[in-house]
Design a protein around this ligand. Structure first.
Ligand code: AMP
Length: 652
């Protein structure tokens, strides 16, 4: 989030006054601490049951604020990012307000990406599991029209879609919004950033005026505020609190989830952290406490769940066992862990990100007690990086990026522990009986004592091998080698106290442009050709949408786009994986398959049997190459934030 956005966001919240959650309000006002339950929010029995079954214990702050307002029919302007629980904040009231006997679209949720559309649709399905006759339909660019048309014909009360495809269906009258009651704009600032805001406004113009509207955005840039002013009626403005708090003497770090399952990352950390005494692992749901406890137990840890479903006695027993050392790890929800004071807790692992900065501060307050220093580790998905920054701002402390211990480090640690155990045994046990046995065995087997010791060591480590194979942990995530504290958007200034970035890696020898990935690493770009062009009515926005959604590529890795009559050229990373290439080959835009291929006919990426392409753009009706520097090396130049639209402009 840029500083400007942040300022706007705060000004906006302050200006509306309405029901915004006060930045400086005492912490006792948080939903979880007020002991607000989902039932208190006015939700129906069937929805409450689904929430219990999903293991949700209590509403997050954004849910406690939004749900009653939306149930009352108010418009809502929610300033919230991923991780705050905003999906349930709008989905639950929608489910309560739709007519299940009617199969027409009554709620529409617009999301910037296909991935989010699917996620939101899945959340609806989860919360609606006790509502027979409910249907939700995700629609997004890249998916075949045939399937979508069939599903649209079948009918769904809730449509979750990306703006381009929704607009497309509306234009072709495959989707009617005549019965629409609620419209949600989810991640509105992302839709703006991806260039969808015109489509969003077009859709808004084509919905019934008396609809209820909710707009959620992590930031409040001017364009989004204008949309809110023009299309929301006296909205209740809700934002999560970021009151600044000091945190105890705790070493804080985060691991960005990538390439490895959270469980594998957790066990790696548990194993390699040399100062680990006891740990509390925070998750969001009651179910997750139990599942994770079981999985850790199965991996040989003494772990137990701690959640609000357990009676007081069982909870106290778990805490006592943790204190006395019978248990080393407790997996807890925020509510259940409230007030735990166990000095031996050396580590707090935020396995699921907390809903807000205050919850984070409460969680990490479980360590660093009685004058000891503790460690707090936060698992963050790329989509949750904003929340990480909110936490850093609120605690006024940088959270260091954690590089997971390598399998070699884990191996070294296992060997060290093994040696320690052997030393202790040598020093403290009566081994006469075993001495005699070994003497007997060396004579019988005619082997050297060292060889025999090796066989015994092998047997001793069979359950947990000393020497780790790479695959035991999965591949080392691609970006974890550098330890770089990246992932800031361009144009954002580093916060005070942040470490300077490391040197950029040397630029590889390649005659392509170099862009930056989310972490500021150089990414060499190459030209790709797609078989959809101006003649098919395609716009650069369609192309970005399809590639970003289908290939799951951050939009900063989609470079210059040049449109020709029958085809287009687009700059994408040189080393796209085979998976992404395959997906992008078969993706659809404007009813045409992209058939993406390297413009230079690059061998590894070329499709079997695909005709080789000329090395320069074909002389089409345009009669010239749109880029006169194409193919020549360009100096590296980070783009300022506004440049994306320039690079995507069509050649004149
Ligand atoms: P969101 O911020 O909507 O993307 O939600 C992030 C995650 O939090 C999702 O996995 C939800 O299932 C989970 N979640 C949302 N609300 C709750 C809640 N009240 N209790 C437990 N988990 C929740």
């Amino acid at each position: 989030m840029s500083e400007r956005d942040e300022t706007n966001m705060q000004e906006g919240a302050a200006a509306s006054g309405a029901n915004s959650v006060d930045e400086t309000a005492p912490s006792a006002e948080r939903a979880e601490e007020k002991n607000i339950s989902f039932a208190d929010l006015g939700l129906d029995e069937k929805i409450l049951r689904a929430l219990t079954e999903a293991g949700y214990e209590s509403p997050s702050s954004i849910q406690a604020e939004c749900i009653p307002a939306l149930l009352k029919g108010r418009d809502v302007l929610g300033i919230a990012q991923t991780g705050t629980g905003k999906t349930a904040a709008f989905a639950l009231p929608i489910l309560q307000r739709i007519d299940l006997n009617q199969k027409t679209a009554q709620a529409l949720v617009l999301t910037p990406t296909r991935e989010l559309a699917i996620q939101v649709a899945e959340a609806f399905a989860l919360y609606a599991r006790r509502l027979p006759g409910f249907h939700v339909l995700p629609i997004y660019g890249g998916q075949s029209y045939g399937i979508q048309l069939k599903q649209l014909a079948r009918g769904a009360q809730v449509i979750v879609g990306t703006p381009g495809r929704v607009m497309d269906h509306l234009e072709r009258e495959r989707l009617s919004l005549a019965d629409l009651r609620v419209l949600v704009l989810d991640e509105a600032d992302e839709m703006l950033r991806m260039g969808f805001i015109d489509d969003v406004q077009w859709i808004l113009e084509h919905t019934p005026a008396e609809r209820q509207t909710a707009l959620f955005s992590a930031t409040m840039p001017d364009a989004i505020r204008r949309v809110a002013q023009n299309y929301l009626l006296n909205p209740e403005e809700v934002k999560i609190r970021t009151a600044t708090q000091t945190v105890a003497a705790t070493r804080q770090s985060y691991w960005q989830i990538s390439g490895l399952h959270k469980l594998d990352a957790l066990t790696r950390i548990l194993e390699a952290e040399s100062e680990l005494d006891a740990a509390i692992v925070f998750v969001r749901t009651k179910l997750a406490t139990e599942e994770l406890a079981q999985k850790l137990e199965a991996r040989g840890y003494s772990a137990a769940a701690l959640n609000g479903d357990m009676n007081q006695q069982a909870r106290e027993r778990a805490v006592e066992q943790l204190k006395s050392g019978k248990l080393d790890i407790v997996i807890a929800t925020d509510v259940a862990a409230r007030g735990i004071d166990v000095p031996r807790i050396s580590h707090v692992i935020n396995y699921d990100i907390p809903y807000d900065a205050e919850a984070y501060v409460h969680r990490i307050g479980r360590t660093g007690r009685a004058g000891r220093t503790g460690a707090a580790i936060l698992f963050v998905s790329p989509r949750e990086m904003r929340m990480l920054r909110t936490i850093e701002r609120a605690t006024r402390q940088p959270i260091e990026r954690l590089v997971l211990p390598s399998h070699q480090e884990v191996t070294d640690r296992r060997i060290a522990l093994f040696k320690e155990k052997v030393s202790k045994t040598l020093a403290g046990e009566d081994l006469d009986f075993f001495d005699a046995l070994i003497g007997e065995m060396t004579a019988e087997q005619e082997v050297a004592p060292e060889r025999l010791a090796a066989a015994l060591a092998f047997l001793a480590q069979q359950e947990r091998p000393l020497r780790l194979e790479e695959q035991a942990f999965g591949k080392q995530p691609r970006f974890e080698q550098s330890g770089e504290r990246g992932n800031r958007s361009r144009g954002e200034r580093p916060e005070r106290g942040e470490r300077p970035r490391r040197e950029r890696p040397p630029r590889p020898e390649f005659a392509g442009e170099v862009n930056e990935d989310d972490r500021g690493n150089a990414v060499v770009m190459a030209r790709y050709r797609i078989e959809v062009g101006r003649a098919h009515g395609v716009t650069p926005r369609d192309i970005v949408g399809a590639i970003a959604n289908e290939g799951n590529l951050p939009s900063r890795l989609i470079g210059r786009i040049d449109l020709f009559e029958e085809y287009s050229l687009v700059d994408l990373p040189n080393d796209l994986s085979q998976d992404i290439l395959q997906t992008l080959r078969s993706a659809w835009v404007r009813r045409r398959q992209l058939n993406l291929a390297r413009e230079d006919g690059g061998a590894p990426q070329r499709r079997e049997g695909f005709p080789p392409r000329s090395h320069a753009p074909r002389e089409g009706r345009e009669g010239r190459s749109p880029s006169n520097t194409f193919g020549a090396p360009r100096p590296y130049r980070p783009s300022p934030p506004g440049e994306r639209s320039f690079r995507r402009r069509e050649p004149r």
